[in-house]
Write a new protein. Sequence first.
Length: 51
Amino acid sequence: MPQMSPMYWTMTYTTMLMLLILMSASTYFFLSPKKSKNSIKMDNPQVNWTW
């Protein structure tokens, strides 16, 4: 198996991580509409990061 460049793995892992975070956030907002309204308004910073 050929050796991949470190840059390739960094890009791959970063993309995977971003996708995972995006899906988690989307699921959280989809499942709790009341909380998502607060998060979008940003009037309560605590609510944004409870998930």
